[in-house]
Design a protein around this ligand. Structure first.
Ligand code: HEM
Ligand code: HEM
Length: 192
């Protein structure tokens, strides 16, 4: 069956599905980090307020998206390479896997934190999710305490990734950034 740019990678560009996952997660993270930093501290025994409620809602949506995205990524080919050196391909792959891992790690440590506090959490405020441990569990406390560090690791990976994308677009002026831009005509290879 012929491949459709609406779903899968064609030529050297990512398909629509990969782009929707990519940019939806970028937008959600742009909201999630400021909420995480600005929301009021919450003490043992208190129930989550509105800001924390939004943080949990967006965080669990990011978790769902990254799991679906990873499943899509592992079952579909990436677009053909655009003439990079081998070391550049290896480096970018490493950063991509670090991004997947740190998004997953940040969301899961948050879920452990909520489980430690004994908060009931649900996907889209309607599908209850199980607690990962019993409330007050020392292991959940430990893993939950890594949430902030996991967020910083994610920010570091994002900074390297975005700087590399800008370097390709502005200095090297190659097609790397174009592969992932949302605009439709970038889905096609330029006419020869
Ligand atoms: C990638 C997604 C996420 C990001 C980027 C993120 C980011 C953050 C940040 C920056 C903070 C503030 C940390 C600090 O003040 O040191 C925070 C706190 C918190 N987040 Fe997240 N978070 C995410 C997902 C989640 C999820 C899925 C949950 C729970 C299901 C969660 C639960 C919490 C809790 C309970 C706190 C308060 C922790 C504390 O007081 O130390 N987060 N988050
Ligand atoms: C303005 C911000 C961003 C820009 C300009 C950007 C740009 C790009 C580009 C151009 C690619 C394709 C690279 C290639 O073809 O080798 C890409 C892939 C990727 N980006 Fe971003 N990105 C941004 C933010 C993010 C963020 C915040 C995350 C993660 C949370 C992320 C995760 C990824 C991943 C995992 C891939 C690899 C896709 C795959 O092949 O599996 N990006 N990005």
């Amino acid at each position: 069956m012929p491949k459709s740019p609406f779903f899968e990678a064609t030529g050297s560009a990512y398909g629509i599905t990969a782009k929707v996952f990519h940019w939806a997660i970028v937008l959600l993270l742009m909201v999630q980090f400021p909420i995480g930093w600005l929301m009021p501290d919450i003490r043992q025994g208190e129930t989550p307020g509105a800001a924390m409620g939004i943080h949990l809602f967006i965080g669990l949506s990011i978790l769902l998206l990254i799991v679906l995205r990873l499943a899509w990524r592992l079952s579909h080919p990436v677009p053909a390479a655009v003439g990079l050196h081998r070391w550049q391909r290896v480096a970018s792959e490493c950063v991509h896997w670090l991004l997947y891992a740190s998004v997953f790690g940040t969301t899961m440590t948050g879920w452990f934190f909520a489980s430690f506090r004994g908060w009931p959490i649900s996907m889209f405020a309607s599908m209850p999710l199980p607690a990962l441990t019993t409330p007050g569990s020392p292991i959940a406390r430990l893993i939950g305490s890594w949430h902030s560090a996991a967020g910083w690791a994610l920010l570091f990976a994002i900074a390297v990734h975005v700087l590399a994308a800008m370097f390709h677009a502005i200095v090297l002026r190659d097609d790397v950034l174009r592969r992932m831009l949302p605009v439709a005509y970038f889905d096609r290879d330029p006419p020869r």
